[in-house]
Design a protein around this ligand. Structure first.
Ligand SMILES: [Zn+2]
Length: 80
């Protein structure tokens, strides 16, 4: 996967987060923290999000098969 493709992937993750309304108040979620975890040898993006209105927390999970060590640093930088 190229860097450009990864950027697109991250963008689509953010689109999902941004288009998901808070189930408590209908507010917007903001990505707070991102972690990559391995489940069954498959890397997942686990994104902790917080509602900007009421503070409700929600965790989004995305399959992230492209994540390799060489991308991790860059990737984390982008999201911080
Ligand atoms: Zn809310």
């Amino acid at each position: 996967m190229t860097y450009r493709e990864i950027m697109k992937y991250i963008e689509s993750e953010y689109n999902i987060i941004n288009s998901t309304p808070c189930h408590v108040c209908g507010g917007k979620y903001l990505a707070n923290d991102l972690e990559v975890v391995l489940m069954d040898n498959m890397p997942y993006d686990v994104c902790e999000c917080v509602c900007t209105k009421c503070g409700n927390e929600k965790t989004f999970e995305f399959v992230a098969p492209f994540i390799e060590d060489k991308y991790m640093k860059r990737y984390k930088k982008l999201l911080s």
